[in-house]
Design a protein around this ligand. Structure first.
Ligand code: C2O
Ligand code: CU
Ligand code: CU
Length: 506
């Protein structure tokens, strides 16, 4: 913990409004009882298997964010309905939580004017895209309140599902938690020839867990345990909605999943155990669809799925969940009474999204092949770099390190030369999972000491999850720009606490 930060400001519902709202839903006493329990036990989560909110009529429809190709992107405080019947103060980029989806063709130019109407500095990072260093949202390159910044760079990356979010040093976690993040989708002509589900059958879904509180706020006030595990919620919001339902047709869907959570790792699977296909990872499509029944998705990672609903009768709901898991050698986080923790601990089973079949749909099939891509040849690697991710026993200054160092904007820690293929060995020497993220390029996962690669590891990546005790080997090559970037843990509490290094590409 390098700085103490106040919770997000904004109007809160007052007590009277709260009773009016909950009373209207006929749940006042239940919620009040829960609120009391919340206060008693320091805010631990409810039972892992919550009643089906959709059955109780409380479900919200997961809507698709609006789309833009560029233009103004204003950082401001606003309000939005997240929990039914309530208004929640949010921090937004582009006026909504999540922000508008930016959709641009590969080879096109992207331009935006970021305007900071917050009362603190911010900036925007284009996660996964190769952006020039002065436009990448380096943590010390800030836009002061009242100032704006013009962004313009060509889109050179493969078609895929990227995202954008603020990246100011020490403030990223709370700004993202407050609502600032959106999808950045790159398209190309090649992808169009594959006949993948498109238009309404191609759905970006941002998964972000949040803590439900009696005042329906997104107050960011992590306690000491939260800083160790990262801030974990008890409810998974999908495109900004809890207990989300996505109305669908009985056909094949392309779901683009983003783990935009501060710290939550999801082990995604359908409640009925059905298999689905992974077709893409952080940096675009795989060579062919890979059938799985479950996959892990760490903070910052994206995965694209094909989910076949053709045989699901109208009226049925298919539940996407995060399965329970044990963090190997881990501490779990959350649930620690008296330590200011809250939310459901890492690995708790959580409901994510219901796909509710409302009508029949067009015939569609899973393609045999997708897009061939260059396999980085590890035999030709010209060098190796090692990264050790560590944490102390308490969240004090300097406790969160990579290679023994906490982030210092004035020091260059890692150097890389463009065009040179390297192997990077990322060792997790702590008891928490760490999603390791590198700016400016994509890499390929070569191996994991814990076992075989997961389907989410098979393509181009910019973020890879490393479990406690594990070493993940990456093949990496920088191509596009020389300049100052960063690499860091994408658990946003860890990142803000210093688990980040300056990276100079020459
Ligand atoms: Cu999504 Cu450096 O971050
Ligand atoms: Cu990034
Ligand atoms: Cu971490």
């Amino acid at each position: 913990m390098r700085r103490a930060r106040p919770p997000i400001e904004g109007e809160h519902l007052d007590r009277r409004d709260f009773f009016r709202v909950t009373g209207r839903l006929g749940l006042g006493s239940l919620l009040v009882a829960e609120a009391a329990a919340f206060a008693d036990c320091g805010g631990s989560a409810g039972p892992a298997t919550a009643p089906d909110a959709s059955a109780a009529g409380l479900a919200s429809t997961a809507t698709r964010p609006s789309e833009i190709a560029g233009g103004p992107l204003v950082a401001s405080v606003g309000s939005q309905t997240i929990w039914p019947g309530a208004t929640t103060p949010v921090w937004t980029l582009g006026g909504s939580f999540p922000g508008p989806t930016i959709r641009v063709g590969r080879g096109a130019g992207f331009s935006a004017r970021i305007e900071n109407r917050l009362s603190e500095p911010t900036n925007v990072h284009w996660h996964g895209l190769a952006a020039p260093p002065e436009m990448d949202g380096h943590p010390s390159d800030l836009i002061a309140p009242g100032q704006s910044r013009d962004i313009a760079f060509p889109i050179v990356d493969r078609a895929g599902t990227y995202w954008y979010h603020p990246h100011p040093d020490g403030r990223t976690a709370r700004q993202v938690y407050g609502g600032m993040a959106g999808f950045f989708i790159v398209e190309d002509d090649r992808e169009v020839t594959l006949g993948l589900p498109s238009g309404e059958y191609d759905v970006p879904l941002a998964l972000q867990d949040r803590r439900t509180s009696p005042d329906h706020s997104l107050t960011y006030a992590p306690g000491p345990m939260d800083l160790m595990a990262g801030v974990l919620g008890d409810a998974v919001l999908v495109n900004g909605k809890p207990d989300a339902v996505l109305p669908v047709a009985a056909t094949l869907y392309r779901l683009r999943l983003l783990n935009g959570s501060n710290a939550r790792v999801y082990r995604l699977a359908f409640a009925d155990g059905r298999s689905f296909h992974v077709i893409g990872t952080d940096g675009g499509l795989l060579e062919r669809p890979v059938p799985v029944t479950a996959l892990d998705l760490g903070p910052g990672e994206r995965v694209e799925l094909l989910v076949d609903l053709a045989r699901d009768p109208v009226g049925t709901s298919i539940l996407l969940r995060s399965l329970a898991f044990t963090v190997p050698g881990g501490m779990g986080g959350g649930m620690m009474p008296g330590m200011g923790g809250g939310g459901a601990s890492q690995g708790t089973a959580l409901d994510v999204l219901r796909l509710r079949v409302e009508r029949s749909g067009p015939a569609a099939r899973v393609p045999e092949a997708l897009v061939p891509f260059e396999r980085l040849d590890t035999a030709r690697a010209e060098g190796t770099q090692a990264f050790v991710l560590s944490m102390g026993m308490m969240p004090v200054a300097g406790a969160f390190t990579i290679n023994g160092r906490s982030f210092d904007a004035r020091r260059i820690d890692v150097r890389a030369r463009r065009g040179r293929l390297e192997l990077w060995q990322v060792r997790n020497a702590s008891s928490e999972p760490h999603p390791f993220h590198v700016h400016a390029t994509s890499f390929q996962v070569v191996s994991r000491t814990s076992g075989p690669l997961g389907a989410q590891d098979l393509g181009w990546k910019d973020t890879v999850l490393s479990w406690p005790g594990e070493t993940v080997t990456l093949a990496i090559r920088f191509e596009q720009y020389a300049g100052l970037y960063v690499l860091h843990c994408h658990n946003l509490e860890h990142e803000d606490a210093g688990m980040m290094l300056n990276l100079e590409v020459s």
